[in-house]
Design a protein around this ligand. Structure first.
Ligand SMILES: [Fe+2]
Ligand SMILES: [Fe+2]
Length: 275
């Protein structure tokens, strides 16, 4: 299919917005753009003069059987282009920084951008750390990534940080104009223009909305993917002090400290292990 580059970039908010997107998000957006073009072409053929911007939830669901993998699969387990590649070895006692550099390849740019924005906006160290970690578990699994991510980080961060990571997932579906958060177009594209969040997401949102820590996950959503300066290319180095003060690195290495989540870290370390 021929891609109208200008329409594709415009649909995502322009060249600058696309430059700031993670590769994963770009690939996803491109896929949806192509599907949308097909839909528009089909619809135009059926009803000349009509066109729409986003797929419906039913159209998104119809894509399931057109893909070789499920949408909730973690980035490390699926290649979007060609075959998967061998991964570099991790040190014997891997740290968060090692995982960040050697395993969170698909999510790190997006998370660094979020953390950088949180830092520029003068957020607390806990919110900056939550932004830095908020989507990294998507390299393991995407479905319910807020809950998975919070669980994976819980033994090593404060309760506020894991609260922010867990609930940013649900809050992303609900606008909060007072705090500068709009419902993202990316979700219209990913879930469908008429998508209604699952009842457990709605219930979670209501609970968090009235919680004294509401602003912790809300600020993760506010500093999430949008409105970045594409000329800023944040590096992990600028967050090393915050990691040092707020992340309890186990001396045995992540995956080997016998914590209840050690297997999650090992699964990210060794995704090629067949059992
Ligand atoms: Fe997220
Ligand atoms: Fe995000």
């Amino acid at each position: 299919m021929e891609i109208d580059r200008r329409a594709f970039f415009a649909g995502l908010g322009g060249v600058a917005a696309v430059a700031a997107m993670a590769d994963e998000a770009k690939a996803e957006a491109l896929e949806h753009h192509m599907l949308l073009q097909l839909n528009v072409a089909n619809q135009a053929a059926a009803q000349p003069g009509t066109a729409k911007k986003f797929p419906t939830a039913a159209e998104v669901e119809a894509q399931i059987e057109t893909q070789p993998s499920r949408r909730g699969a973690g980035n490390l387990f699926v290649s979007r282009v060609g075959n998967v590649k061998k991964l570099p070895p991790l040190p014997e006692r891997p740290t968060l920084v090692d995982f960040y550099k050697l395993r969170f390849m698909a999510t790190s740019n997006h998370c660094l951008q979020s953390a950088n924005r949180a830092m520029q906006n003068g957020m607390s160290e806990e919110i900056i750390l939550a932004c830095l970690l908020h989507d990294t578990v998507q390299d393991l699994i995407k479905v319910d990534h807020g809950w998975w991510g919070a669980q994976m980080y819980e033994p090593y961060v404060s309760e506020k940080v894991s609260f922010a990571i867990r609930y940013h997932q649900a809050l992303r579906f609900y606008a909060d104009e007072e705090h500068g958060y709009e419902y993202p177009d990316l979700y219209r594209r990913m879930f469908g223009s008429d998508y209604k969040p699952e009842p457990y997401i709605e219930a979670t949102y209501k609970m968090v909305r009235n919680h004294k820590w509401y602003l912790e996950p809300r600020m993760v959503t506010v500093n999430d993917l949008y409105a970045f300066d594409p000329n800023v290319n944040p590096k992990l180095d600028q967050f090393l002090d915050i990691i040092g003060r707020n992340f309890k690195q186990p001396k045995e290495g992540l995956g080997f400290d016998n914590s209840p989540v050690a297997h999650m870290w090992r699964s990210i370390a060794r995704p090629d292990s067949p059992l």
